[in-house]
Design a binder for this molecule. Structure first.
Ligand code: F6P
Length: 357
């Protein structure tokens, strides 16, 4: 008999259901009796005891379904130790729900913040297995996170679509790509979509270099330029500010996002129009791509194996195309960023892509 709890926390992504299905199928095929409790809307469900007992029917037909059958919410890690508005100790409440249901373990699907709370619960003595979810691909200790490849496809499609209209109108276009504080999604989608300029948080840009790159293209007879800009892209001047000064500057910014600021600056310097396209949350939506379906099925099966072995306290990662148990204690709180001097950036530069640096 195994009794497990499951929750999905933080921003959703395309393959959460596929991953949960992998875990449950992996367990169902190998244990006589299985009880799966699904906590609703992330850690909230665990804190306030909102859950439902799931059956195998709940995991049928969800390999291809985007979003999460459990719902999700953001419960910031930094507030986990702060009592809620009614004075409830959230960590104690989560532990009580776990013990009340007599769970063997909790399977937690989520990104960096979620992982930090998962590690906190591990430190508090709960049996935890974490699965690395995020379109941002910024989780340390795994080569890839699920949702990332599906999001690359969508962001690349957006760049492809902008390409044709940019070419027709001889325009400069910015496509703003998600990714929070890291540039993985922008780097991959930018290269896949043939962007001419890619701006990443890890490589602060100089607006004059960006303008030079556009002018160089014009001189070479190219009528249009596509920029793939990460939502967290930052100029060299802003990167030199303290965290506090930068926060204040962003709060006072008259633009809805960095792309509009860049567009305005380029437009001012070139005297021509620059358009911005923001695919936004479409990048997290729709059904998972085949790569993510396979990835999640493998991670799910490996999680099931760890649960059967009663081997807890790990993130189930993919390293060199092999599933691997990585101790949560070693990775929680660390970010995986693009290496500005890494091979991929160097190769992109070699084919003439400008990073504005
Ligand atoms: O972490 C996933 C992500 O989509 C980031 O790329 C983005 O910065 C953030 O979530 C958006 O969060 P929200 O959906 O809360 O606006």
């Amino acid at each position: 008999m195994k009794r497990i709890g499951m929750l999905t926390s933080g921003g959703d992504c395309q393959a959460l259901n596929a991953a949960m299905r992998g875990v449950v199928k992996g367990l169902s095929a190998n244990v006589d009796e299985l009880e799966v409790y699904g906590f609703e809307n992330g850690y909230k469900g665990l804190i306030y005891g909102n859950y439902r007992l799931l059956t195998s029917a709940d995991f049928s037909g969800i390999l291809t379904r985007g979003g999460t059958i459990l719902g999700s919410s953001r419960q910031p890690f930094k507030l986990m130790r702060t009592p809620d508005e009614n004075g409830l100790d959230k960590v104690e409440a989560m532990k009580q729900t776990y013990y009340k249901l007599n769970l063997d373990c909790l399977v937690i699907l989520g990104g960096n913040g979620t992982q930090k709370t998962a590690n906190l619960l591990r430190e508090e003595g709960l049996n935890i297995i974490h699965l690395p979810k995020t379109i941002d691909n910024d989780i340390y200790g795994t080569d890839v996170t699920f949702g990332f490849q599906s999001a690359i496809n969508i962001a690349t499609d957006a760049i492809d679509c902008i390409h044709t209209t940019a070419a027709s109108h001889n325009r400069v276009f910015i496509v703003e790509v998600m990714g929070h504080k890291v540039g993985w999604l922008t780097l991959y989608a930018g290269i896949a979509g043939g962007a001419d300029i890619i701006l990443l948080p890890e490589i602060p840009y100089d607006i004059n270099k960006v303008v030079d790159a556009i002018q160089k293209r014009s001189k070479a007879g190219k009528g249009f330029t596509i920029l793939a800009v990460a939502e967290g892209a930052i100029s060299k001047e802003d990167a030199a500010l303290s965290k506090k000064e930068y926060k204040a500057k962003v709060a006072a910014r008259k633009y809805p996002s960095v792309s509009y600021e860049i567009a305005d600056h380029i437009s001012g310097k070139l005297g021509s129009e620059v358009r911005v396209a923001v695919p936004g949350h479409t990048q997290r939506g729709g059904s998972p791509c085949p790569y993510d379906r396979v990835l999640c099925t493998r991670l799910g099966a490996a999680a099931a194996k760890a649960i059967m072995d009663e081997d807890y306290g790990y993130m189930i990662a993919m390293v060199n195309n092999k599933t691997k148990k990585v101790p949560l204690a070693d990775v929680a709180g660390k970010l995986k960023m693009v290496d500005p001097n890494g091979q991929m950036v160097k190769e992109a530069k070699r084919i003439g892509i400008s990073f504005g640096d």
